[in-house]
Design a protein around this ligand. Structure first.
Ligand code: CP
Length: 328
C-alpha cells in the first residue's frame, strides 16, 4: 500500500493487522529514549490547510519516534498566502525529496488529487466532511483497549454527523470490525445518504444510551455550517448533549469518547470530561502509536509485507538508537 486516503481502501484484515502492530509502537513511547531507527533517512512533511492540534502534532511525534526527518509546511505563513496553488505547493515540496506528505484540506478529495502530482506517499489527515482515516484507526485501537474486540459491541455516536469526517470514517471502521453503530442527531445534522450507511438512526439520545457499550460525542462544527441548522444551542444541548445527568446514568464501564477539540457546555457538559470513563486522553496518546504504525506500513522497507519483521525492528536491541551517541 502506498497511500492511506480512506478507511474503505483497507480490508478488515488490513485494519486488524494495523491494530495488531500498534502495541509495539506504543511500547516505544515508554522507553527512556522513545525512538527507533525504522524510518531513518526518510522525510515526512505535514501540509495542513485547516487548523489542527492533535493530528499534526501526533504525526510529527510519530515520524520523529521512527527517526524520520520532519518538515512542517506552515500554510498560513507560506506562499499559499500569495496565491500559490495546491499543485505548485505540492510540486515544490516534492522537489525537496519528501517521502510522505500528511495532508489536511477543507476540500473533500484533495488528498486523491495530491497523489497525481507527487511521487511521495500521501496520508489523508482529514479532507472536508469526507474522511479522517487515522482518527478511525486510533478510535478502533482505543476501543480494543477497553473491550478486547469490537465484535457485537454497540457504539452510539452523537452530534453533528452531517459535517463529520470522523463519523464517516469511524462508522466504516467500527462496522468492519463487527460493531453495530447508532447515530443520534437532529434530522438537520444528519447527511441525506445515511439510508445507505450500515447504521441505525435515532433522534432519542436517552433511548440509544440504554444499551450503549461506548458513547462517542462529535463536535458541533459551526465553522462548516452555512445556515442555522439548530435553532437554539441550549435546546440542542438538552436533547443531544452528554449532560452530567445522562453521564451519571451510564455504567462506569462505558467509555466516553470525543475526537477533540471539545466544545465543553455544548455536546458535553463542562465537567463530564473529568470522569474516569472518559478516554479522550487515551485517544490522543494512541494517535501517536497508530500513526507510527501507518507511517511504518507505508514507508518501512517492505511495506505491509514487512509486518512480521516489525517486532524485530522495534524490539531488536541492535536496531535501537545508540543512547550514548544521542547523549553526545
Ligand atoms: N481529532 C482531530 O482531528 O483533532 P485536530 O483537529 O486537533 O487535529
Amino acid at each position: 500500500m502506498k497511500h492511506l486516503l480512506s478507511i474503505d481502501e483497507l480490508s478488515a484484515d488490513e485494519l486488524r493487522e494495523l491494530l495488531r502492530m500498534t502495541p509495539s509502537f506504543a511500547e516505544v513511547a515508554s522507553r527512556r529514549i522513545a525512538k527507533v531507527p525504522a524510518l531513518r533517512g526518510l522525510t515526512v512533511a505535514t501540509l495542513f490547510y485547516e487548523d489542527s492540534t492533535r493530528t499534526r502534532l501526533s504525526f510529527e511525534v510519530a515520524a520523529k519516534r521512527l527517526s524520520a526527518d520532519t518538515l512542517n509546511v506552515a500554510v498560513k505563513s507560506s506562499s499559499v498566502n500569495k496565491g500559490e496553488s495546491l499543485r505548485d505547493t505540492a510540486e515544490t515540496i516534492e522537489a525537496m525529496g519528501i517521502d510522505a506528505v500528511v495532508m489536511r484540506h477543507a476540500s473533500s478529495g484533495a488528498p486523491w488529487q495530491l497523489t497525481k502530482w507527487v511521487g511521495a506517499s500521501v496520508i489523508n489527515a482529514g479532507d472536508g466532511w469526507h474522511q479522517h482515516p487515522t482518527q478511525a484507526l486510533l478510535d478502533c485501537f482505543t476501543l480494543q483497549q477497553q473491550f478486547g474486540d469490537l465484535d457485537s459491541r454497540h457504539i452510539v455516536m452523537v452530534g453533528d454527523i452531517k459535517h463529520s469526517r470522523v463519523a464517516r470514517s469511524d462508522v466504516e471502521a467500527f462496522t468492519k470490525l463487527g460493531a453495530t453503530v447508532t447515530l443520534v442527531a437532529p434530522p438537520t445534522l444528519l447527511p441525506p445518504a445515511t439510508n445507505t450507511w450500515p447504521v441505525t438512526i435515532s433522534h432519542d439520545l436517552d433511548a440509544a444510551l440504554i444499551d450503549a457499550d461506548a458513547v462517542y460525542l462529535l463536535r458541533m462544527q459551526r465553522e462548516r455550517q452555512r445556515e442555522a441548522l439548530v435553532p437554539d444551542m441550549r435546546e440542542y444541548t438538552a436533547l443531544y448533549g452528554l449532560t452530567a445527568q445522562r453521564a451519571s446514568r451510564l455504567s462506569t464501564s462505558v467509555p466516553i469518547m470525543h475526537p477533540g477539540p471539545m466544545n465543553r457546555g455544548v455536546e458535553i457538559a463542562a465537567d463530564v470530561p473529568d470522569l474516569d470513563q472518559v478516554v479522550v486522553v487515551d485517544q490522543v496518546r494512541n494517535g501517536v502509536a497508530i500513526r507510527m504504525a501507518v507511517l511504518f506500513m507505508l514507508l518501512g522497507s517492505g511495506g505491509s509485507a514487512a509486518l512480521p519483521v516489525l517486532e524485530a525492528v522495534v524490539d531488536d536491541p541492535d536496531q535501537q538508537v545508540d543512547e550514548s551517541a544521542v547523549a553526545v
